[in-house]
Design a protein around this ligand. Structure first.
Ligand code: FAD
Length: 393
């Protein structure tokens, strides 16, 4: 491990815009990550290992479904939840992805579209981390355009029978329950959500191997072959693709904050390194103008991203946020983080490619983060449609 220890990043007294509670949540999460994830993450990344030992402790700290009300959830504001995501991703995008999926893509749809029985059966256990979930929307042939999905549900007496394949599913092989999106044949192929216990006959999951990104997160393919679930496993208030997109909006919001965390990690590491590393006339590389220009770019973009995320979070807390606002924050902040990772990698020279430092790992992780939950291009189209009124998909 390098001697560089994260010191936090705040150029314009951003902390003064946060309440005491918001700072407390941020600092508690930061300490948890520093004490528990930072010491093991490079080993996890090398081994392609999800740090499962952190699942329960993260549940104890209230990270799962943190902004939901009741069912043992922490009832955080959206800004507090965002700050948790920032700190998790400062540690690793894969661990943040796990928490995002459990919270925004599994607990949220049960909370928003589920029956009381479903909520009582699943939410307390998911909140504690006693049960884990995954979200199956993407298919081998349908990523950016999930509306084309082939997965079907057919009513058969008091059951539904599901058939199809899902691909690139975070936590697929470790999940107890999968939220599966399928076209219901009896409802003119309307897309609806189903809770599928992963031990049901006909359900199988296999991990994707050879990923160079999010190596500390489990990514899987799911296969559903005549999987029979009782009709009460349908999420009764799910109503078309828009319900799935509402879940994605929750997750995208968290990613907008997460990107800041990854960028902060890269920036702070590069800044400290530049003051230690000497080249030419025994001077620290921080004294060279081109190094300073890179650091200035990074801190400026991080600061802008913080303000964007905070405003979107405040709007969300006031019930005024639009999906286009979340798209802008996700798109900008992940792009910004990836650019910071690339500049920070340059500042570290050869050391930048080694896992003594977190930068290359963040850079590789962010390539997935840029693609999932709506690619950079798709978010441009969402923003474009919002400003022009013309849909370009
Ligand atoms: C590590 C990882 C974890 C994931 N976890 C999950 C998960 O838990 N659950 C889940 O359901 N999915 C998950 N995904 C899938 C992810 O959401 C999709 O990869 C994403 O939606 C993009 O789909 P695609 O990869 O099929 O790319 P495609 O849709 O094939 O897109 C390929 C390229 O074409 C561009 N493109 C497509 N359409 C247009 C257009 N109309 N105009 C301009 N450009 C366009 C895209 O921007 C992209 O650059 C995960 C992906 C990864 C990498």
């Amino acid at each position: 491990m390098s001697a560089i220890k994260f010191r936090g990043v705040d150029f314009i007294e951003f902390d003064s815009l946060l309440s005491d509670d918001e700072r407390l949540v941020r600092d508690t999460t930061r300490k948890f990550i520093e004490d528990n994830l930072v010491p093991i993450i490079e080993e996890c990344n090398r081994a392609g290992r999800f740090p499962r030992e952190l699942v329960k402790p993260m549940g104890d700290l209230g990270f799962y479904g943190a902004s939901l009300k009741g069912y043992g959830c922490a009832e955080m504001s959206n800004v507090e939840y965002g700050l948790v995501m920032q700190e998790l991703e400062r540690g690793d995008s894969g661990v943040r992805s796990f928490v995002s999926v459990q919270s925004a893509l599994v607990m949220y749809p049960i909370y928003a579209f589920g029956s009381d029985e479903q909520k009582n059966a699943w939410l307390p256990a998911l909140q504690k981390g006693d049960k884990l979930g995954c979200f199956g929307l993407t298919e081998p042939g349908f990523g950016s355009n999930p509306g084309g999905m082939l997965t079907r549900a057919r009513k058969d007496g008091n059951d539904y029978v599901l058939n199809g394949d899902k691909m690139w599913i975070t936590s697929g092989t470790i999940a107890d329950v999968a939220v599966i999106w399928a076209k219901v044949e009896e409802e003119d192929n309307k897309i609806r959500g189903f809770l599928v216990e992963t031990d049901r006959p006909g359900f199988s999951a296999q991990d994707v191997h050879g990923k160079w990104s999010l190596r500390a997160s489990v990514t899987s393919g799911l296969s559903l072959q005549d999987v029979r679930v009782p009709a009460c496993n349908l999420l009764p208030k799910s109503d078309g693709l828009k319900s799935a997109l509402m879940c994605l909006n929750q997750a995208r919001y968290g990613i907008a904050w997460g990107g800041i965390g990854a960028a902060m990690s890269c920036y702070d590491c590069a800044l400290q390194y530049s003051l230690l590393r000497k080249q030419f006339r025994d001077q620290p590389i921080a004294s060279h103008q081109l190094i300073q220009e890179k650091l200035a770019w990074m801190i400026t973009e991080i600061t802008k991203a913080q303000l964007l995320a905070l405003q979107v979070g405040r709007l969300k807390d006031e019930g005024k946020v639009g999906h286009q606002h979340i798209s802008m924050a996700k798109r900008n902040n992940v792009w910004m983080a990836l650019e910071c990772a690339r500049l920070a990698r340059e500042i570290l020279g050869a050391n930048g490619v080694a896992d003594d430092y977190p930068i290359m790992r963040h850079m590789m992780n962010l390539e997935s983060v840029k693609t999932y939950e709506g690619t950079q291009d798709i978010h441009a189209l969402i923003i474009g449609a919002a400003v022009t009124g013309v849909d370009a998909f």
